[in-house]
Write a protein that binds this ligand. Structure first.
Ligand SMILES: [Ca+2]
Length: 262
């Protein structure tokens, strides 16, 4: 008799503890705000560097890209694994404030040496561990983890910012590989202390607008496992057309797209 009471109590307590654990809630196909995920004071925020498979700055070391993570505390306290909303950008850390001395001559011949190239110094915005706050207030209360990364050669990411180059596909691929345990993350840019994404289900959705929308398309072209969905908003889908569209040509003549030398 006592044994059966104990079993009932045990089952009851397991049910209670299962009920107490916070989980994502979906209603009519939409993620709902979950009370237990709502308090931003309890979110865990940290940053790290993911090692890629390219060396775009030619220093003999694989470039590492700077990544930030914001996740509900239950990913630590309750072993909860959640899917990821991921946005990458070359703009997070700021852009150059420059004048016409930074502009390219639009009549410059392809392949010809640039006479006096100017190296642009950018005053970095933001403080570690935060790269960006985009997407966070929308998705973390709804049971997602939000991840950002600075494009190669921007912010605290290694590399050269080559517009439309392979590194723009391979950098987000590396981050998604890391979220699936297939690439290495480190707590510092140069060090060897590893950081693992133990809280990730491996399911990733990418989104962003304009340039930030182009990067999800670039990532998707790699066919990387785990990138389940992309929502690119007003992305560039063709650099050929982008650079030959009449308004852009005028814009280049006037404004000359500082970050976009190709
Ligand atoms: Ca390198």
């Amino acid at each position: 008799m006592k044994k059966s009471i104990l079993i009932v109590l045990l089952v009851f307590s397991i049910q209670i503890s299962a009920q107490e654990k916070a989980v994502p809630v979906f209603k009519d196909g939409e993620a709902q705000i979950v009370e237990a995920f709502k308090d931003s004071e309890k979110w865990i925020r940290h940053d790290l560097w993911v090692e890629t498979t390219f060396d775009s700055d030619g220093d003999g070391k694989m470039d590492r890209v700077h990544v930030d993570v914001t996740r509900p505390e239950q990913t630590k306290t309750e072993g909860l694994k959640l899917p990821v909303v991921y946005e990458s950008s070359p703009y997070y850390a700021g852009v150059a404030n420059g004048g016409s001395e930074l502009f390219w001559d639009v009549k410059h011949e392809l392949g010809e040496k640039v006479p006096n190239p100017v190296h642009v110094e950018v005053q970095r915005r933001g403080e570690r561990p935060i790269i960006s706050n985009s997407q966070i207030s929308t998705w973390v209360p709804r049971g997602y983890i939000v991840v950002h990364s600075s494009s190669p050669g921007t912010g605290l990411s290694d590399g050269a910012p080559t517009v439309g180059g392979k590194n723009e596909s391979l950098a987000p691929k590396a981050v998604i590989d890391w979220l699936n345990g297939r690439a290495k993350g480190f707590s510092s840019r140069e060090g060897n202390e590893e950081v693992k994404a133990f809280w990730s289900t491996g399911k990733v959705g990418m989104t962003g607008t304009s340039y930030n929308g182009t990067i999800p398309l670039a990532a998707a072209t790699t066919g990387v496992d785990g990138l389940e969905a992309i929502i690119p908003i007003a992305p560039n889908t063709s650099y050929y057309h982008y650079y030959r569209f009449i308004i852009i040509i005028i814009v280049q003549m006037v404004w000359c797209v500082l970050l976009e030398d190709i």
